[in-house]
Design a protein around this ligand. Structure first.
Ligand code: HEC
Length: 103
C-alpha cells in the first residue's frame, strides 16, 4: 500500500513538471520586410493579449511596456494559454528591435 502512494507521488511530480512551458528563448528572423505597427503588430496584440491586458490596445501603452513584452514573448511565457506562431513572434520582436516605429 505504501508503495502505491510512493509511485503515485512520483507520477504526480512528473506530470506537473512535464506540463510546464519550456523556457526556450526565441530568436526572431527579421530578414523580411520591416514590420508595420498597424498591419503586423497591433493585430497580434488584439488577437492574443488584449483579452487579459486591456491596456495593450494602443501604441503608447505597448511602447511603454516594450522591454517586458519582448522578454515575455521571446521566452514563450505570454500568452499564458496557447502560443504565438513564429510569424507573430517575428512581427512583434522585429518591430521592437527596429525601434518601435509608429507606422
Ligand atoms: C489568459 C490571460 C493572458 C493573456 C492572453 C496574456 N497575458 Fe500577459 N499576463 C497575464 C497574467 C495573469 C500576468 C501576471 C502574472 C505573470 O507575470 O505571469 C501577465 C503578465 C504579463 C507581463 C508582465 C507584467 C507587465 O504587465 O509588464 C507582460 C509583459 C505580459 N503579460 C505580456 C503579454 C503579451 C505580450 C501577451 C500577448 C502576446 C499576453 N501577455 C497575453 C495574463 C495573460
Amino acid at each position: 500500500m505504501k508503495r502505491a502512494y510512493f509511485f503515485s507521488a512520483i507520477l504526480l511530480v512528473l506530470t506537473i513538471t512535464s506540463c510546464k512551458k519550456a523556457a526556450k528563448t526565441f530568436t526572431p528572423d527579421c530578414s523580411g520586410a520591416a514590420k508595420s505597427f498597424s498591419t503586423d503588430v497591433l493585430p497580434v496584440f488584439q488577437s492574443s493579449c488584449v483579452s487579459c491586458h486591456g491596456s495593450f490596445s494602443n501604441y503608447a501603452n505597448i511602447c511603454a511596456s516594450k522591454t517586458n513584452i519582448r522578454s515575455k514573448i521571446a521566452d514563450g511565457l505570454m500568452p499564458t494559454k496557447g502560443n504565438l506562431t513564429d510569424a507573430q513572434k517575428n512581427a512583434v520582436l522585429c518591430w521592437i528591435d527596429n525601434g518601435t516605429p509608429n507606422n
